[in-house]
Every structure is written in structure tokens, then in C-alpha cells.
Design a binder for this molecule. Sequence first.
Ligand code: HEC
Ligand code: HEC
Ligand code: HEC
Ligand code: HEC
Length: 343
Amino acid sequence: MRTQKVGPAPRKFLTLLLVCGLAGRLGATPDPTKVQGPEACGECHKQEVEAWKLTHHYSTFNEMHRSDDAKAIAEKMGIHRIKSESLCLDCHYTEKQQADGPTVIAGVACESCHGAARDWINVHNDYGKGFKKETELPDHKAMRLSAALKAGMLRPDDIYSVAENCFQCHVIKDEKLVNVGGHNAGTADFDLLAYSQGEVRHNFFDSAGKVNADDSPARKRLLYTVGALLDLEYSLRAVGRATEKASYAITYAHRVKADKARLVLINQAAPTQEVTDILAVADKVSLKLNNSDELNAAADKVKTLAQAFAKAHDGSDLSGVDAMLPKPESYKGTVYQPAAAKG
Ligand code: HEC
Ligand code: HEC
Ligand code: HEC
Ligand code: HEC
């Protein structure tokens, strides 16, 4: 067996670590040796790239390190070059392997959310020799999708896995970065539905690139509920990392309480066994300092149940939550529409 170079772990290895309950020790950075870069995707996904270029995920690449806030954080953390320190890299940038080593090529990009693509880029779109989307055989399609998954692709259908990425960055893992560095303690109001359907939205498939479509009502319910479950899971892990009574610990203890309160309402509006079980798990833990074993064990249980929830429900059975969903006016940022759709 070859010795493993120290660096971002391949996704398979990462999954193993997650299963072993060590989540949180790695960032969301895709493996630089497998990253293709957004231009490679743009060959076929032109509108997706146009939409992405108007997001904070894109602009952070050119803007973040220049801001006074960034300089102040870096100074307090003893960091000299923001773009090459893994502490900032993990969440603000994408690296790609070049002749002289991994190089920052973009901000948060396609592969930060869909997985580093070297092994699936030519698999996920291959309908079979002589076949098109419309004529692809069902067996071939099943094989193609499972091959892409095995090669590390995170598909929108697997809503838990795609959304999990958001929380690996929008929940801060490093207590010091917040308490000492003065970085904000993550995105306090991160609602998966509101945050994915504004500037981040890129749903062009059904219109072949013409319209950035609104998700179906069922899909919205699912995004909202799975997002609430992930927020609870990741906030529990964050409290588990807290060692001092300061901003980080206090923020995430509050966030766990707010998540529980929201899930109680969700479960009243659209009761499910999974959410009932998750609330029972969350009720048992104590949100105190230096309690990582108990909090991680609880987060692992929440994860398993949340994944089961995401598999078992397509949203059609969750119409009870409709009144709770954030309205389009509160979606985060402006939805990009191709010129033709603006009329
Ligand atoms: C050569 C063309 C091509 C390239 C390059 C390409 N894609 Fe795709 N992509 C497609 C096609 C075609 C589909 C539709 C597949 C289908 O019908 O299931 C697709 C589907 C997808 C989907 C949705 C899959 C699903 O199952 O819902 C995602 C996500 C995606 N691509 C991401 C990417 C990313 C990220 C890159 C760059 C790393 C990329 N693609 C590069 C052609 C391409
Ligand atoms: C765990 C992920 C994570 C890490 C690590 C991280 N950030 Fe951030 N950062 C974020 C997120 C998420 C936001 C947006 C938060 C929000 O919604 O308000 C952000 C916002 C910022 C902002 C405000 C927005 C802007 O672009 O001006 C600055 C400045 C910043 N980060 C600097 C840094 C610096 C410097 C480092 C390294 C010392 C760093 N961050 C490490 C996730 C991270
Ligand atoms: C690799 C890390 C990473 C991942 C993955 C990630 N984000 Fe972000 N996100 C950031 C950072 C960093 C910022 C702040 C960038 C800046 O302003 O400099 C940000 C900003 C945003 C903003 C703009 C916030 C504002 O204040 O205007 C939205 C919306 C957003 N993210 C949504 C999402 C959603 C939805 C997902 C998952 C589908 C996601 N993000 C996944 C790191 C990430
Ligand atoms: C911040 C995370 C994030 C980034 C960055 C991102 N995606 Fe996605 N992508 C998602 C999520 C989440 C969905 C499912 C959205 C939904 O259900 O509304 C998705 C859906 C898709 C789809 C299927 C859309 C459809 O119409 O069904 C394609 C194709 C795709 N992404 C390609 C890309 C490409 C290409 C890039 C880079 C230009 C990119 N994505 C960047 C998170 C991301």
C-alpha cells in the first residue's frame, strides 16, 4: 500500500472518519489532486457558472483577504498569508494541484458542494455510446448514477450529503477562530431553504438553461426540514468542541436550543417518527463545556436519523410545514436569471 501524503483526505476516507464519529476534524475542502475547477464544469454548465459568479462564494476569492476584518482576524490568529493557511482555506477557497503543489484557484466553487470531480466528471453525463438523455436505458442510468456516487459525486437527489457541505463551513469548527480571532461564530440564521434559493440557486435543468427555476413545494419542505436537522447535528458538535465560557460556546448552545424549538414546531406541523426520535436524543444531552464525547455521540445519532429522514421522505407528506417556510422575499441574495428569462 502506498503511504498517504498528508493533506485533505479523499471523500471515501472522510466518510469513514465521519462514520467513526470524528467529524469536524476536517474541513469541507475538496481534494486538490482531484479538483477540476469551475471552468471544466462551465463547458457544459454555462448558466450554473454565470449564476455562481454573482455569489459571495465566488467573490470571496478576490475580496475577503483584502478586507480590514480579514486582516484583523489574521493578525489575532498569527496568520501572515490568508490564502495559503489551511485555517482560512478550508472554508473560503478551492485548491487545485499544479506542478508546484496545491494552488488556490477559486473561492467556494462547484466542487466544494458536488465533490472533487476527477473521477466522476466523465461518468456522470455518459448516457452510453450512441444514446442520449431521452434514450438511455434504465439499467445504464442506474449504473451511471451509482458509478458517479462511488467516484465521489454529491448529487442533488442525495439532499443530506449535498446540504451537509453547507454546515461544514457555515458552522465554525475552531473555537479559537471565534474567541480569539474575532471571526463571526458562523451564520446564525442559516436556513437551508432561504440560503439555497437566493443567490446560490442554479436550477436550469428543466428549462435547458433558460430559467433558473423555483423548486417544487415538496422539495422546499424537504430543504427546510433537512436543514433544521443538519443545523442541530452540527451545532451539537460545535458545543462539543467548546472548552471555555465565551462567545463560541454561548452562541452554539443557543443555536442548539433554537434548533430544538424549531424542530418541535416542525414536528407539530408535520409529525414524523425520525424527528420525534431526534428530539428525544437532543433532550438528553447537557450543553456544558468539555462534554465532547456525549455531544458527539448524540450528533452521530441525529445524523443517522436525519439521513434516514432524507431517504424516507420526498416532501409530499410534509405539507404541514408550508406555513413555516421562509417566503421568497427572505431568500438570501438575488436570484440570477439568464437575460432571456427577464423579459
Ligand atoms: C461534458 C459535459 C459536462 C461537464 C464537463 C460537466 N457536466 Fe455535469 N452534467 C452534464 C449532463 C449532460 C448532466 C445531466 C445528467 C443526467 O441526465 O442525469 C449533468 C448533470 C450534473 C449534475 C446533476 C446531477 C443529478 O443527478 O441531478 C450536477 C450536480 C453536475 N452535473 C455537476 C457538474 C460539475 C460540478 C461539473 C464540473 C466539475 C460538471 N458537472 C461537468 C454534463 C456535464
Ligand atoms: C469553518 C469555516 C470557516 C473558516 C475556517 C474561516 N471562515 Fe471566514 N467565514 C466563514 C463563513 C461561513 C462566513 C460568512 C458568515 C456569515 O454568514 O456571516 C465567513 C465570513 C468571513 C468574513 C466576513 C466576510 C468577508 O468576506 O469580508 C471574513 C473577513 C472572514 N470570514 C475571514 C476569515 C479568515 C481570515 C479566516 C482564516 C483565519 C477565516 N475566515 C476562516 C467560514 C469560515
Ligand atoms: C467550502 C465552504 C462553504 C460551503 C460548502 C458553503 N458555503 Fe456558503 N459561504 C461560505 C463563505 C466563506 C461565505 C462568505 C463569503 C464572503 O462573504 O467572503 C459564504 C456565504 C454564503 C452566502 C451569502 C451570505 C450573505 O451574508 O450574503 C449564502 C447565501 C451561502 N453561503 C449559502 C450556502 C449554501 C446554501 C450552501 C450549501 C448548499 C453553502 N453556502 C455552502 C462558505 C461555504
Ligand atoms: C454552495 C454549494 C453549491 C455550489 C457552490 C454549487 N452547487 Fe450545484 N447544487 C447545489 C445544491 C444544494 C443543489 C440542489 C438545489 C435545489 O434543490 O434547489 C445543486 C444543484 C445542481 C445541479 C442540478 C440543477 C437542476 O436544475 O436540477 C447542477 C447541474 C449543479 N448543481 C451544478 C453546479 C455547477 C456546475 C456549479 C459551479 C458553477 C455548482 N453546481 C455549484 C449546491 C451547490
